[in-house]
Design a protein. Sequence first.
Length: 305
Amino acid sequence: MPDAVIQTSHLRKLYGDKVAVSDLSLSVERGEVFGFLGPNGAGKTTSVKMLLHLVKPSGGEGFLFGQPLSEPMVRRRVGFMPEHFRFHDWLRGEEFLALHADLYHMEKGLARKRIAELLDLVGLRPHAHKKLGEYSKGMLQRIGLAQALLNQPELVILDEPTSGLDPVGRRLVRDIIRDLRQRGTTVFLNSHLLSEVEITCDRVAFIKHGEVIRISALQTLVEGELSVQVRARNLLPEALQGLERWSRNVRLDGENLTLTLASEADLPEINRYLVEQGAEVYALRPQHVSLEDLFIEIVGTDGGL
Ligand SMILES: Nc1ncnc2c1ncn2[C@@H]1O[C@H](COP(=O)(O)OP(=O)(O)O)[C@@H](O)[C@H]1O
Ligand SMILES: [Mg+2]
């Protein structure tokens, strides 16, 4: 094990006879931004709760920083932003952060400085004196994020950090994650939404029905396949067949031809081939397969329920 921050082996959670997480084995290295992606009900939150010892596993084992999940001291090094949080409505933003700084036993002066920094970071400085009860969902999410970063954790676990956010908020989360990565912080990101935030991940695991069905470097996933849209007239059926040399996946819909390629390098040759076959090519547009397409391809459209 090189330098695993999270290491789990066959972690499992049953609620009665309902399997929430069936078999979770994974390892997250120091400094990695790890995306844990899957539809609603797939078992992401339950997995995170086991990592944080908020839920006791029914089987298997896990380690944070090489220590068993049940070891309380290990949680000093972790920041957590829960999915559904109920904050104290009557506390002001600033007071809420101060309360959490107290829970971490942070020294008062240091806490004040850190809280001011974080309020700036999440854009809540002007609302620091408002009560949480008056915060919008997006603002609560921002203060939740600030709370997760208070103790300058080595591992930050974010459960659906963008679900209540508008595009500006999502960009903020993305930038914060990039910043954390630059500082060498490990990030574990749960999400059922595929936005630009997930694009910041180094590796992603796809989970469905409580089981990890694929773990891969994001780069290889997203850059591996290319989808090419061709608009052409006079495309003969024989010409289409010939395209199978380059692509297993050729679809024609009127003038629009879609094919998937392993590499961009094939494009000039395909263009030449089509012209030789008598086609009139109006457009040839390559695009990388989006993470969202991959998500559907890997997880399916039936959701996790
Ligand atoms: N406390 C609980 N009691 C019973 N079932 C639960 C409980 N928590 C989660 N589940 C069930 O476990 C499955 C996984 O839930 P969850 O981990 O919240 O998924 P996700 O975070 O991926 O949406 C779901 O079917 C959910 O209904
Ligand atoms: Mg969840």
